[in-house]
Design a protein. Structure first.
Lengths: 152, 152, 152, 152
C-alpha cells in the first residue's frame, strides 16, 4: 500500500531496521488535539539516532571521524493522526547504498499496528572542510562490509 | 534551477505569493551551529499562515466554517544552512487548483538572496465529521473566483 | 545543599516520588553543545505526567472530571549542563497539601547521580467555567485520603 | 501588583528596557488552545536577545570576547493565558548591577495591555575555561559606564 521511497538497489543486501517505542507527549499535541505535523522530524530522528547508535554509525561515530552528515531531504506522508498519550513505534529502515549517503525510510505505527506516518530522509557526508565526500570514509566502508556479509 | 514541485495547472491563473522576514533564533540552532533541519516546518508554517491571513483563507477562516485543513505531505530540500541571528525571508506560494486542497510551495532566501531551502506541503479539507471534502466549501470557492479574476 | 522549594507542610505525609529515565536528544542541544535552558520545562513535564499517570491524577484523569490544572509558576535552577546523548533521570516529587493545587518539585540527575537541575511548578485547579477551585474535586480528595493512609 | 523580582540596587541607575512585538504561532498552542507554558522561555529569550543586540551586549558580543553567559535561574509567573494568533509584546528589563551577572526581568502584555506573564532570569559570566568571572569583562564594564552616564 505504501509505495517504496527508494528504488531497489542491490537486492542481495537487505535493509537494516530498528524500532523505538514512544508515547505522545503533551507538548507535541496542537490545538486540534493531534500531534503537530512539524514534530515528526523529531520522531524520525529518534529512530535514526537509535539505529545509528546500535550499528556504530551514529552522530557521535561520524563526529569522531570528523564527518558531518547533514540532512538534504526530508519527506513526510501523514496517513492518520496520533493523539495525546498514545503509544506508538517509530521504525527506521536504512537502505543499502555504497554511495557516501544515508538513505533512511521511516514507518510510524500506532498501538493497533496501523501505519500512521511514513517518510524518508537523505543525508550526505561532508569532511572537515565541508566538502561533499564522493566515497564513504573508511570506518563506514567497514560497516558496509559487515552489513553485506550479514554481520552488523 | 529549483525544479517545480507542482505540475503546471491552469496557466492563466498565477500563483499567490507572500513573504515574511525572520531572523534565526538561538533556540533554533543545533550543536553544529546551523538551524536544526526539523525547524523548517515551523518556518514554512509562518509564511503559510501569513499568506492565509492576508487572503482570508487562514486557519481561523477555515475554522469559522468548521473546516480542518490537515497537512498530508511535507517535503523539504536543504540547499544551504542558516546560522544564528541570520536574517532570511520565507516565501509561501499558493498554486492554483480547483480541488479541495491547498498546494503550497516554499522558498527560503538568506540576506544575500541566495535560496537556502525549498519545499512544499499538501493539505486536504475535512468537514466537521472529519470526512474529506470533494469540493471546496463555498467561502473558499468565492476566494477562488476572486483569485481567478485577479482581485484577491 | 539544594534548599527545599516548598515549606514543610503536614510532616506525617511523605511526598510522592517518581522518576523517569531519559537521554539528551540532538534537537535539545544548543549551539554551545548543551541542553538549551528552555527545554527543561519539557523534562519536568515528562516526570510530572508519569507520576500523575501512575497515581491516577494525570492530565486525562483531571480532564475526565472536567478540571484543568494550569501551571501558575515555573522555576528552574541550573546547576550543571547536560550534553548530547547523556543519560539522565528526572524525578518528580509531589508535596502534600490539602489545598486545590499541585506543588511539584523536580530533581534531574546525570548518569553519575550528580544533581544537574532542580525546580518546581505550582498548578491550580479550574472547573469547566475556568473558575479557580477552592477545594479539590472529589476524585482528588479520595486520592489524598489514600495517600495519607499510605496506600496510593 | 506584580512584586519586583530583583531588590532595588543603585537607585540612580534606571534599568534598560526593550520590547519586541510577537504574535502567537500555531505550533506554540497546546491542546487546551493556549500557549504551552514551556514556550515562554523562548519568548523571554526573544526580548533578551533583542535588548542585548540593541546595546551591544548580545550573545555574539559576549562570544566575540570568549565569554559565555549561561542561564542559572529561570522563573515564570503565569497570570493569564495567550491564545492562537493573539498579538502581544515581550518587554525585557535589564536591572543594574556591577557584578558579573545579567539580571533580566520580563513582562508580557497582550493587545489590551494586560499583563499576562512575568518572570526573570539570572545569567553568570564564564571565561573560555568555563570559570565563573568575579568581575565583568572590560567591554561590559565600558557598557556599564555608558549606562551609568545615561548614554547607552
Amino acid at each position: 500500500m505504501i509505495k517504496p521511497y527508494f528504488p531497489k538497489g542491490d537486492e542481495t543486501v537487505a535493509p537494516l531496521r530498528h524500532s523505538v517505542p514512544r508515547r505522545v507527549r503533551f507538548e507535541e499535541v496542537d490545538a486540534l488535539g493531534i500531534v503537530w505535523h512539524g514534530r515528526y522530524a523529531s520522531y524520525f530522528e529518534d529512530a535514526r539516532a537509535a539505529l545509528g547508535k546500535k550499528f556504530g554509525i551514529g552522530y557521535l561515530d561520524f563526529y569522531a571521524h570528523k564527518i558531518l552528515t547533514p540532512i538534504k531531504v526530508l519527506h513526510v506522508d501523514y496517513h492518520f493522526p496520533l493523539t495525546f498519550d498514545e503509544p506508538f513505534t517509530i521504525e527506521a529502515v536504512l537502505h543499502w547504498t555504497e554511495a557516501a549517503r544515508l538513505n533512511f525510510e521511516y514507518v510510524i505505527r500506532n498501538h493497533e499496528e496501523k501505519i500512521t506516518t511514513t517518510g524518508y530522509t537523505v543525508q550526505l557526508m561532508l569532511d572537515a572542510d565541508e566538502e561533499v565526500l564522493m566515497l564513504p570514509p573508511l570506518f563506514y566502508r567497514e560497516f558496509l562490509d559487515r552489513w553485506k556479509r550479514g554481520k552488523k
